[in-house]
Design a protein around this ligand. Structure first.
Ligand code: ARG
Length: 465
């Protein structure tokens, strides 16, 4: 058992089938850079507190750099027998620098090491997700600025309700993705807490300087309890939850794009690059990208439930079950980043077809509420005004007319309070323009909010590239 770092107490070889079942190298090699970064910080600290010499620390960090270069050039031979990234790196380090390699693991366990690696990895990926969310928010607010007065029927129960604008609609998603950024940023703070030095579960008798390694690694604090340090995966759960909320927002947007590209709505057109055809129906232009975005939400939700279920009822401290934390996390990272990147391009490149949304507005009695408000302003209790307008709508439906197409005398028949100023009120543009209170869709509001977008984004996550 000489080639296993933990082989001392074993007399027989591990079964091949067990090695295959228990090893994580095939997926945790993704964290090689974080593993090496953490080991270098640990080695520097060991020297700073006098556990190893500066020369030994130099050999270890130099050797770790070589291992890093080997992995990045593709020449590194990963071994399943060595289970995971931690032991693969350490074994190669010892081959390169000799027995001093064995000193690296002083005052450390794979349990605090793996917790550290996952935190460092997730903090970096969270930064990339934040960059992408910011990019999406920028595209949405840019569209809002130019489409603040492009009319769109707003819906409730998927029935035409009241006029809004494309700009107002884009800004609704801006708000959602801005909150997603806020959540990710908040999670990042807790992720950047260092478990290093908790060792297996009970700390170590060595005079480790945990704050030093924490600071060296850019952490914002250190875990305060050694048992918790190696058992806590809350930060990963938070990331997975945040990812699910992002995908939920993306899928609602995607669903609307699927609807809006159908002939039944036809409010927008996706650029050809975002669609595919049918092998049998020559007329088809299918919205595959928004459909797939909608579909990918399922796996991301599954990843959250998977990790919650793995952690449920696990006794303290480390248990091998926890190795199952990585694949759901990696899958959510890949899926969320890929989905955000494509959503940005899809929103940027779509074209709106205002003639279609205007036609839909004509048919939907979308200013009926404005007529009721008009009557209420003239003194009729709103409930009665509602009744009056209901009757007018029903009359229009029978006649196949829009409210604004009724003659003034006919309108007066429904209520003597109605006068010729009603025709201004019945215009969709008036309805939109009147909704000026904070958060309403009046074009001037939308423009103001779109202009405020950059400073709100900067407050959460300044642009990095
Ligand atoms: N590959 C392991 C994991 O991913 C690393 C920690 C192993 N620790 C242990 N005591 N077996 O969780």
């Amino acid at each position: 058992m000489a080639d296993k770092p933990w082989g001392g107490r074993f007399k027989e070889e591990t079964l091949k089938i067990v090695e295959e079942f228990t090893s994580s190298i095939n997926f945790d090699k993704r964290m090689y850079a974080q593993d090496i970064k953490g080991s270098k910080a640990h080695a520097r600290m060991l020297a700073a507190v006098g556990i190893i010499t500066d020369e030994e620390a130099g050999l270890l960090t130099g050797g770790l750099d070589k291992v890093l270069a080997e992995i990045e050039s593709g020449e590194f031979q990963f071994s399943e027998a060595l289970e995971d990234i931690h032991m693969n790196v350490e074994k190669r380090l010892t081959e390169l620098v000799g027995p001093v390699g064995g000193k690296l693991h002083t005052g450390r366990s794979r349990n605090d090491q793996v917790a550290l690696d996952l935190r460092l990895y997730l903090a970096e990926e969270t930064g990339e997700v934040l960059d992408l969310l910011r990019g999406l928010c920028e595209v949405l607010s840019q569209r809002a600025l130019t489409e603040s007065d492009k009319l769109l029927p707003g819906y409730t129960h998927l029935q035409r309700a009241q006029p809004v604008s494309f700009g107002h609609h884009w800004l609704a998603y801006f708000e959602m993705f801005l909150r997603d950024m806020d959540r990710m940023r908040d999670t990042m703070v807790r992720t950047l807490t260092s478990p290093l030095g908790a060792a297996a579960l009970a700390g170590t008798p060595y005079p480790l300087d945990r704050e030093m390694t924490g600071e060296d690694l850019g952490m914002l604090g250190v875990c305060q309890n050694s048992l918790d340090a190696v058992s806590d995966r809350d930060f990963a759960l938070e990331f997975l939850f945040n990812g699910s909320v992002i995908m939920t927002h993306i899928s609602r947007l995607a669903e609307e794009l699927v609807l809006w590209t159908s002939k039944e709505f036809a409010f927008i057109e996706l650029s050809d690059g975002f669609c595919t055809g049918s092998s049998i129906m020559p007329q088809k232009k299918n919205p595959d990208v928004p459909e797939l975005l909608r579909g990918k939400t399922g796996r991301v939700n599954g990843n959250l439930i998977a990790l919650l279920t793995t952690l449920k009822a696990l006794p303290l401290a480390y248990n091998k079950d926890m190795q199952e934390d990585k694949e759901p996390v990696f899958d959510t990272v890949d899926t969320v980043k890929g989905s955000l990147a494509i959503t940005i391009e899809m929103i940027r490149s779509l074209t709106i077809r205002e003639e279609k949304s205007l036609a839909a507005l004509k048919e939907g009695f979308v200013t009926a509420t404005d007529l009721a408000d008009y009557l209420a302003k003239k003194g009729l209790p709103f409930r009665e005004a509602h009744e009056v307008v209901g009757k007018a709508v029903s009359h229009c439906e029978q006649e196949g007319l829009a409210l604004e197409e009724l003659a003034l005398t006919t309108l007066k028949g429904f209520s003597p309070l109605i006068d010729k100023d009603v025709f201004e009120v019945l215009k969709v543009t008036s309805s939109l323009g009147a909704r000026k209170a904070l958060g309403g869709p009046a074009p001037q509001n939308v423009v103001m909010q779109a202009r405020a977008a950059t400073s709100r984004l900067d407050n959460i996550w300044p642009r990095r590239k």
